[in-house]
Design a protein around this ligand. Structure first.
Ligand code: F0G
Length: 458
């Protein structure tokens, strides 16, 4: 077998993509306010904006859609999903939601009060914002290795246990309504968390009576990293590893648009009956009835099939190897990346690549703009546009430690030559990188500004 296992599937339906010319790309950038979220998909050649909801469904998933039962209550589709949920995650209860952030909103609305804090390794932007929107404080306690792009720690998503213990002691348990852990840790490089760490985090939360919820978006990729890298797990299946992970927790939020292999969907799962009843009321108020939660019956069937496919070992081996392949090709061209590469994405270290652009001129956003300009490639900034914020106590801006450009790889969509093209485009930018300029913001909303902010080149 080659180092990079071939795709364990072949294509029977294709979607044309085209590279528009350089002048058209420039006009698209101007129209979007230099924000890649504002560019039409039609004008994008390779879309690495996100791996969320952008994957290709399998023939089994498309067939399952036809079996969708659209009954308002108690549909067969719900029953099929509930069986799959029980088998994979083992939680007593769950409510389907239209995506991950809806699950986060319900959890925060039920448990979080103003001024309370929620620790995690690193909260993703929507979780961070859902906590802030209820005047809570998201706290990131990932190990320091996560902030060093060259530290090859095998589990860079791990929670720092000392920081967690100190944080709980200092804050007081009454100010911590629940604790989280994001697997894999998307906002810090898509890095996995070890089972040893999950076990230890669980015992710290349990000792302090803090309910433990996992953000499970990419739990299957995390499980496969555990199989590959943690001693004692090489003979276990991703499914067995997943069961062990969730046995240490009280519940989970998940956007099924990632490792659930669907274009829309998510859930909030839990063991506590009272929390389930309250979540159900909130769901009915905002999303839909208990057995569909803002989705069509056919969506539930697609999730039920997709969750199982997401745990397939052959698929996971190919998936992580494709990401590693892109990382290798970039490294061969001296493009600095966060090492080791994550599961769903390669993160380019824009601070090192463009050292002449300071954080307040958004080096990672500038690189996203160049990548589109040069090759019609869409990526996403995970740096100061996404995470810099005003510290209300000091009145100063706080900038994140890393300025990253995330190249997120949609599941089962692009081939190795698409990855070669991305690396080739980076090499073209590298040859003229000293001339790349920073940006200034001309408009930004208060929360989640990266989605709709507008910029001008400096
Ligand atoms: N948690 C994590 C770790 C995520 O990566 C995301 C979404 C969410 C929660 C929210 O899920 O989008 O279904 O509401 N991440 C996407 C991304 C948007 O591009 O990484 P959602």
């Amino acid at each position: 077998m080659p180092i990079h296992p071939p795709e364990p599937f072949r294509m029977k339906m294709v979607e044309p993509i085209r590279l528009i010319d350089k002048e058209e790309r420039q006009s698209a950038l101007v129209r979007s306010g230099y924000n890649i979220f504002g560019i039409n998909a039609e004008d994008v050649f390779i879309d690495l904006l996100t791996d969320s909801g952008t994957g290709a469904m399998s023939q089994e998933q498309w067939s399952a859609l036809m079996l969708g039962d659209e009954s308002y209550a108690g549909s067969r589709s719900y029953v099929r999903l509930a069986e799959t949920m029980k088998e994979i995650f083992g939680f007593h209860y769950f409510v389907p939601t239209h995506q991950g952030r809806a699950a986060e909103n319900i959890l925060c609305s039920l448990l979080l009060m103003e001024g309370q804090s929620v620790p995690s390794n690193t909260h993703f932007d929507t979780t961070d914002a859902n906590i802030r929107a209820r005047k809570g404080v998201p706290v990131n306690l990932v190990i320091d290795s996560a902030y060093d792009p060259n530290d090859r720690h095998p589990f860079k998503g791990n929670m720092d246990l000392v920081k967690l213990e100190n944080f709980i002691a200092k804050t007081g348990v009454d100010k911590i309504p629940f604790g989280m852990l994001t697997i894999t840790n998307n906002a810090s490089g898509g890095q996995p968390v070890s089972l040893e760490n999950i076990r230890a985090v669980s015992s710290i939360y349990r000792k302090n009576n803090i309910p433990f919820f996992i953000d499970a978006c990419r739990y299957a990729e995390n499980a496969y990293f555990i199989k590959l890298r943690e001693s004692g797990y090489s003979e276990k299946s991703p499914q067995e590893i997943a069961r062990e992970i969730f046995a240490y927790t009280d519940g989970a939020t998940m956007s099924a648009k990632k490792d659930g292999h669907v274009n829309i969907g998510g859930f909030l799962a839990m063991n506590d009956e009272d929390l389930y009843l309250r979540a159900g009321n909130e769901l009915i108020l905002r999303e839909g009835f208990l057995t569909y939660g803002g989705l069509a019956g056919r969506d539930l069937d697609a999730i039920a099939v997709g969750l199982r496919e997401g745990l397939d070992e052959k698929y996971l081996a190919y998936r992580l190897a494709q990401t590693a392949y892109l990382a290798e090709k970039l490294t061969e061209r001296d493009i600095p990346i966060l090492n080791p590469p994550g599961g769903h994405a390669v993160y380019v270290d824009a601070k090192t690549f463009l050292p002449h652009i300071p954080p307040h001129e958004f080096p990672a956003q500038a690189l996203c703009v160049e990548l589109y300009q040069e090759g019609g490639i869409r990526s996403v900034e995970i740096g100061s546009v996404m995470f810099a914020h005003l510290d209300t106590k000091t009145g100063k801006m706080v900038y994140p430690k890393l300025e990253l450009v995330r190249l997120a790889i949609p599941r089962r969509v692009y081939t190795q030559s698409h990855m070669d093209y991305v690396a080739y485009t980076f090499a073209a930018i590298a040859a003229r990188k000293d001339s790349v300029r920073g940006l200034k913001i001309t408009y930004a909303p208060e929360l989640l500004r990266h989605f709709t902010a507008r910029f001008e080149p400096l």
